[in-house]
Design a protein around this ligand. Structure first.
Ligand code: FMN
Ligand code: EPS
Length: 377
């Protein structure tokens, strides 16, 4: 079983990730992890904090000469903003922001200082998740699986591209909003500028696609083994994500069955069972079907607004209109990198479940046997 935990507050010393259950003998490239961390920091619409941080992991345990040994792997990502807060006289926060975890968290954990909630609710934690996802991606790459993403909408402006290929998606990083439709990307940036000028914020939609996913990951047999549910959970747990759809998703609800289900064909040479369409997004009954996995996630607009929303001070019970020192205006491009990590993690879990978790070698043997069986079925 593969599992991970993160710890750390947004303005504390560091973020920590501990991954347990990785197969031994997996070569882990730290430069790759750090490149993934810097991809998460990029993206048009981010606020001042990203100019302060330069995320990079420090390996604490579990790697010997760059390879896993079967022991838990622990990483630390320092918060470079920490020294700026250390000697600061920090007043308790008593003014909850609508849309953030401030009020619900303070009530639930009986905290009079909202800072004790927001420090952990913050999406700063997603840096740790991206480091974990980068290790998962390296495990997936042994089996030639690649997880990519792009932004398909920001503030209601939609990209015109449907069903992009692997090469198209590899170019998403070239766009500041990670949109491969250049024209729409320009309009998205203008919309972010407009929202910023007006003290407002924007959300959007990103799509994650995993290529070369083998048939047979996940299971139809029980609710908590269904891969569609596990992917939705993983993505939905990312700060700000409010909707997840797989394949056609919500659009399928309005179509007839004949316009939705992917017909099955057979080619005795190489492809064996194959589909000409992928409306299911690579998943049927919670099991991967050999088509690319296509998942979209909708992110709400950032809750911290320069244009204040009405709220109530938890100490005085007086209404107030909040003022803000710093915030992102739009973090959909950054969230799409977190989304890649979320999907890569679930696929790595499913691979380990199917092909064993002691060593990479055993996984490879199991994988090859499986591919041979599929060729003969
Ligand atoms: C990469 C990323 C950056 C974010 N930046 C901010 C931010 O600067 N200010 C803010 O209020 N919320 C930001 N958020 C969103 C909040 O963390 C999130 O809305 C909050 O934790 C409440 O959780 P919920 O939206 O999932 O209900 C960000 C989210 C992500 C994924
Ligand atoms: C620090 C990150 O994102 C932060 C997520 C976040 C929030 O409330 O979620 C609020 C902002 O933090 P601060 O209050 O320090 O400006 C973002 O910068 C990060 O992504 O690394």
């Amino acid at each position: 079983m593969l599992r991970f935990l993160t710890a750390g507050e947004s303005h504390g010393k560091a973020l920590i990730a501990v991954i347990e259950g990785l197969p031994a003998n997996l070569a882990v490239d730290i430069n790759f992890i750090n490149r993934e961390l810097s991809r998460r920091q990029m993206g048009y619409g981010r606020g001042g904090r990203m100019k302060i941080e330069k995320d990079a992991v420090e390996v604490i345990s579990g790697l010997k000469e760059g390879c896993t040994t079967g022991s838990p792997v622990a990483f630390l990502i320092p918060n470079l903003d920490y020294p700026n807060w250390q000697d600061k006289a920090v007043e308790p926060v008593t003014r909850p922001r609508p849309g953030h975890g401030d009020l619900a968290g303070a009530l639930k954990y009986r905290q009079n200082d909202i800072r004790n909630i927001l420090e952990r609710a913050s999406a700063r934690e997603t840096a740790a998740r991206v480091a974990v996802g980068a290790v998962a991606k390296q495990l997936l790459s042994i089996f030639n699986i690649e997880v990519l993403s792009h932004v398909i909408a920001i503030g209601g402006i939609e990209a015109a591209i449907k069903n992009p290929g692997q090469e198209d998606l590899r170019r998403a990083d070239e766009s500041p909003v990670r949109c491969i439709d250049r024209f729409a990307g320009q309009k998205m940036m203008a919309a972010i500028d407009g929202a910023k000028r007006e003290g407002d914020s924007l959300g959007g939609v990103f799509e994650v696609v995993a290529f070369n996913v083998p048939v047979g990951l996940g299971s139809h047999a029980h609710w908590d083994r269904k891969l569609d549910g596990r992917i939705a959970w993983s993505l939905m747990s990312v700060q700000g994500i409010k909707g997840v759809e797989i394949g056609l998703g919500f659009e399928a609800a309005a179509r007839r069955g004949s316009q939705v289900h992917d017909e099955i064909f057979f080619d005795s040479e190489s492809r064996r069972f194959y589909r000409k369409t992928n409306n299911a997004g690579g998943l049927e009954a919670g099991i991967t079907n050999g088509c690319p996995l296509v998942v979209r996630a909708a992110m709400k607009p950032i809750p911290t607004l320069y244009r204040p929303l009405l709220s109530i001070d938890i100490k005085t019970k007086e209404p107030f209109a909040a003022s803000v020192e710093r915030s992102d205006v739009c973090a959909v491009p950054a969230a799409s990198i977190v989304g890649e990590a979320a999907v890569a993690w679930v696929l790595a879990e499913a691979l380990v479940e199917k092909f064993g978790s002691d060593t990479v070698e055993e996984m490879q043997e199991g994988f090859e046997r499986w591919m041979k069986y599929l060729q003969e079925f």
